[in-house]
Design a protein around this ligand. Sequence first.
Ligand code: SAM
Length: 459
Amino acid sequence: MNFPPGFLEQLTGISGFSKDAFVAAHASGLSVTSVRLNPQKPLPVFPPASLKIPEAISSDLTTAPIPWCDTGFYLSERPSFTFDPLFHAGTYYVQEASSMFLEQAMKQSVDVAVPLKVLDLCAAPGGKSTHLQSLISKESMLVSNEVIRARSYILRDNIIKWGCENVVVTNNDPRDFAELEGYFDVVVADAPCSGSGLFRKEPEAMEEWSENNVQLCAQRQQRILADILPALKNGGVLIYSTCSYSVEEDEAIGNWLTNEHAMQPLQLSIEPEWGLIESGNGYRFWPDRVKGEGFFLACFQKTDGQDSYKVKPGKQMRLAAKEASAAVKPWMNITGKELIMHEQTVYAWPEKSVLDFHLLLEKLRVVYSGVRVGELIREKLVPEHALAMSTCLAGHVVRLQLSLDQAIAFLQKKEFELESRQKGWQLATYEGFPLGWINVLPNRFNNYYPKELRILKEK
Ligand code: SAM
């Protein structure tokens, strides 16, 4: 493996860096596969049969828990996630293990049981956002932001698949949050970086690396943080992370935060057997010490600024009329929800966060909020895919159990045989987990799985 010129020299002297072990870990070609389970969609067994991990290793050796994340598991090999319907049902997220350390940062630095306003600033494709959503309470709200428009749509799709109800997806530059001074209890900044931590997984990333790019990334990280810090309340927590090994993007950013912004480092308690290295104000993941890729994370508490933002009623969206509520009731559990109309589309927002959702609509470019329930056409609801994926879906909606082959054909939007005699809207499920909608007509059925999400690969 040929590292870029100057790369290994840059790492010399950093806590925990051992050149020979680091080079050997990269040369090994070891690929670590890990997933995080969705507590809102609990699987009876993991790994499910549909993941098709060969029998020979389908024993206790197939999965091993990730010690810093209660819902994280290593897999003994990388199966085909694409052809597992339970992946598309949002029962788990494929995520790099080191990144799941975010769980410790959250659990140890804030009380996750109380209602929180959390911002995930650099959120696409949604690994940390789906994790944060699983960690916070139902009464909390997550703003999941991505500055690049096309990536914000991928983020929205992953938020929908995870079945979230208390998330607002936005597409803003960090500086757009300036008006929300003192608003957030927690800001997670998983900053864009030079990406050296992923060299083992994606060797092509080495071509992009240069010392100059590390400097540019560090400057951008400072800009992002300087822009967003006013939106964090006094006493609030900043979780900063990168997948870079460079001190300039890691410890040096931590020093800059503590020296130039009233940010106090927070120490986390870690187990020695996890293999992490405490360095500067943060924690380093070296691939020769940890079963995972390169990662850095540090936590800080803000010690000045506004205490909290007072949310006042502002411009309001139209609440759904009685007829709309009547049309929605057979489809979803509306307890604790406020139904909002935007043109003909009904959204369900968490009742407790309605003022906040309005505020965010006014101040930011909102891509998605709450649950998109469906469209009202002649006082009837045409259900949306997001409703099928959400946990507020009514239990009595008619369900159609698909076999593995049918489920894959459904997800590919290919023709398949259906035995259903019942007409009308039905929820296509696999092993009890919703995949999307089917409308059964007298002579055929329509598949409402979103075209842009369909599986394109051939088996
Ligand atoms: N947190 C994500 C996850 O766990 O799935 C990964 C985030 S990735 C490391 C960094 C993100 O920052 C990218 O989605 C990138 O588009 C975004 N980004 C790039 N430039 C940015 C900027 N100037 N301000 C904020 N975010 C930016």
